[in-house]
Structures are given as C-alpha cells and as structure tokens.
Design a protein around this ligand. Sequence first.
Ligand code: NAP
Length: 527
Amino acid sequence: MFVITQSCCSDAACVSVCPVNCIHPTPEERGFGSSDILHIDPVACIDCGACADACPVDAIFPADKLGTRDKVFLDINADYYKNNPDVTSGWSDVTYPDIPKLPAGLRVALVGTGPSGGYALRTLLDRTEADVTVIDRLPTPGGLVRAGVAPDHPGTKGVLHGFDLLYRDPRVTMATNVSVGQGPNDITPAELAEHFDAVFYAVGASESRRLGIPGEDLPGSTSATELVAWYNAVPGADVAPPIRHDDSASGRAVIVGTGNVALDVARILVSPPELLATTDIADRALHILEQQNVHEVVVLGRRDQAHAAYTSAEYRALSTIPGVEVVVHDDPEAPLPDLSGPADPSTRRIVFLFHSAPTAILGTAGVEGVDVTTGTRDHRIAADLAVRSIGYRSVPIAGLPFDHERGVFPNDDGRMLDEHGAVMPGAYVVGWAKRGPSGGIGANKLCAQNTVEDFISDAANGVLPRSAREPGDFGKLLRARTRHVIGYRGMRAIDRIERRRGQEQGRPRVKFTHIPDMVGAAGRRRK
Ligand code: NAP
C-alpha cells in the first residue's frame, strides 16, 4: 500500500496513472483544490507504485517505508475515506465526453486480455451498447499481468479482479484458448473483420529485443522475456535457462538493462528461495533456482544512474529483500569491483554497474562470462547466466500489417494502418502493440480510452464497415475451427483449481503450466 504525505502538490498527476482510481479527491470531485493533500484509499490500493513514480514532488511512499515523521499520514489517508463514505474507488470517477448516437447492434471483437484489453473492454461496455467477444490465445486471461508481473508483487495482480467483473457482463462472450493468425486452428484477421463491425487488437509485446553481440545465443544467455515467462508458468516457456551449477560455476548472473523488468529479474534471481516459495512462482522455476543458488546479480546500465530506466519505487524496494545488499558503481573514474572470479557464496548482492555495456557473452558449451566496456576500460565478469532486459517487441500476426523496425502494429493514434499508410476501417490497436513497450499497467488506461473514443466517433460517423454475418455465425466458426474454446465458466474453473492448490501450500495459487491440463480443468461443458 502507498501513502501520500505532506509535500503533496495536488496536481493529480498520480490520479491519472492509478489503475484502480483509488486517489481522491480527483479534479472532478468536491474538495479538490481546497484539500491539503490527495489521499490513497488503503483498501483499494494495489501497490503498483505508479502514483509514486508520477508524483512530481516525491510525496508518495510505500507504507512500510514511511519515516517516523510521516507515519501519521497512514491515518490521514485512511481517515479521508472514513469521513467521505460517498467517495468510492474504482471506475466511478471517470468523466467521458457525451456519447453520440451510435448504430444499433454493434459487434466488437477484442483480441487480448492484458491491461490494455481490460481497459478497452471497460470503456467499450461503459460507453457503448456493443456486444463484445473477448479472445485470448491462452486459456487464462491477464496477459502480462499474469505472465509478466513478478511473483513477489501479488498486490499488482489485483487489477485482474476488476477485469474479471467485466467478463461476467451479459454483453461479453469469452473465447480463450483461441489464436488469431493463419495456423490451421487459428481464426484469421480477415475472418474477424468479416464477423465483427470492429476488431481491437490488444496483443501486447511479448518478444525480446536483441543486443547483436557475439555469444548472445549461447546456452545460458537468454532474454528477460523468456526467463520471466518461465518463472511465471507461461505454457510453452517450459525450458529452464541452463544456468551452470557445477564446481566451476560463479554463482553470478549478469542482466543488461536497468528497466523495471531488469529489477524484477534481479530480485527473483537473488531472493532467498524460501521467500519465493510463498509466491505463485512456477514450481519448475522454484526447484531450479534453489539448485542454482545465484547469489550475485550484476545489472549493467549503459548510462549513469540518473538515467536508469527503473522507477524509484521499484529501486527503493530492492533494499527491502531480506539478506540482500545493493551495491552501486556510478563513478566512471572509480576502481571497478573485481567480478572476474566466483561470487562470495556467503552473501547475496545486487551490483549495479553504470556506464557499462556488454561487448560479448563468453563460453563454449554455456555462458562463462561477459565482456564489458565502460568506453575507456574493458573488463570481464565471470557469470553463469546472461539476461538481456532491453525492451520488448510485439509479435507480428499473419494477415495484419506490421512495423518491423519499431516492433508495433502501424497505427494512427490507435486506428490501424495498412502497408500504404491508409486507415483500415474497423481495425484498432491499443496498449504496447500500439505505442511500444513503455509504461506500467495504468498507462494503458488512457491509451485504451482514447482509442475506444476513436471507434465511437467512427461508428457515429458511419465509417465502420458493418458485418453482414449473423450474430451466431462466429460461434459456429469457432467451434468448427478450434476444438477447445474456453468460455467464462471454464476460465473460472481453472482459476478455482489454481487457487485451491495454492491454498493447500500457503501460496496465492499454483499455476497450471500445460494447456491440456488447463483444458481439462476447464471441463468439457464449461463454455
Ligand atoms: P525499459 O524501461 O524501456 O528499459 C530498457 C533498458 O534497456 C534501459 O535501461 C535501456 O537503456 C536498456 N537498453 C536498451 N537497449 C540497449 C542496448 N542495446 N544495450 C544496453 N542496454 C540497452 O524496459 P523494461 O524494463 O522492459 O520495461 C518496460 C515497461 O514496463 C517500462 O515502462 C516499465 O516501467 C514497465 N514495467 C513496470 C513494472 C512496475 O511498475 N513494477 C514492472 C515491469 C515493467 P537506455 O535507457 O540507455 O536506453
């Protein structure tokens, strides 16, 4: 939980980035402008830290990081909600422009159930009377909230509860375990365009960028994307990174990049395994991390610390991992720490080396080290694992245009563009697939709202190509094309089983890792 303290400037930068609208009064509410500070609803806060990063005056802190002087603000924030029982967190404070008159019977397909898909669905249901069919290639919804958010950040995953409520809306049809593409069991983009009046692609960015240095493909050199998918139990990401753990192993991993994903990976690799055992981390990862016992992670930043890509809340949180020391080297003139031999097995450390870029990943059968340059000095770090965490790209979908240079679907503010740069009527893109891989969960809210507003304006102006198909035709196509479509009840059944298995072990959930097991758990009749 985060708390707003005395230096709050009430400019509401935090209000617009909060994914659960738990900061009040908002600019539209009574008391805004006259209230000394804004207040975080302690019950609704999902601990994502987006507010702390957006705060221009550094007034927002995690509750467990408050100085003695600021502890009083715990009560001040909470009391606001006791004294203003009419103020509710959630979606109630969103103010939209007037809704123009829209044609009746609009049918929309939404591909993807991550944050941008969830926010787009919320806005579609709030702002239109359209029926929405929600598709995801995995049986379980959540996109990067399930597959990307670190296992030791369970609060952040709370955003999915809000999305789950939307899936129960009578206007929503869930169809998970359904891929869009050109494979034999896939639904093609052309078929979606034919059966729906509009299609929203909220497919995120799930592929890693590459460094382009020698040794990048050695066993033990991997991307944060693959590593995170592995420890977050994503089906298909079954193969453990071969981290050396023989007598010659150094006990050290090197991560390239200083974004929040790099920090997530550093925390998970270096955390004592007994701490991870209480999370929803995949068992397959827990067992291997216990064995490998990485006890030092070196994070390489090519610029200085002031230009690190991580957000301050995430950086500050590193110092709270029990038994882990954080060491920072940010002076290019100062002697470099000697990392050429094995790491000290009696300590656990995260070492930030700024002004440092990798030039080669070394090894024969697997990673043995990383060559690094500071521009003026070259040095070698002994390592058993090298992880590039340098940003994501969207994965192209056959049948849709793709900007290979930027790794996004070409679009004009969310309206998809064809290869000639012309708007494709009825095709929209939201989230990381639209604007690239930047911003936390809340950043997708405004992004999705804006694109849904474009859709509303297109629908009102008669520029949507209306589908000539009957409403039931798509369901028939789905059943003919793909054998195991999972609907809302099936999704809930998977969720219940995962949570029950977690409860038995004192964990939030134990995730399924194989699609056939998920299909079995969903049950044949649970559509
Ligand atoms: P990111 O924040 O864009 O960071 C990418 C990092 O890679 C930067 O340090 C960048 O350095 C470095 N980099 C890029 N190309 C490189 C190269 N060729 N050689 C060396 N370094 C290179 O990306 P991310 O960590 O994947 O995060 C994506 C988004 O998700 C961010 O907005 C992040 O805040 C968000 N996220 C948030 C949370 C959270 O709130 N807890 C958790 C995970 C992710 P330069 O800065 O020098 O370019």
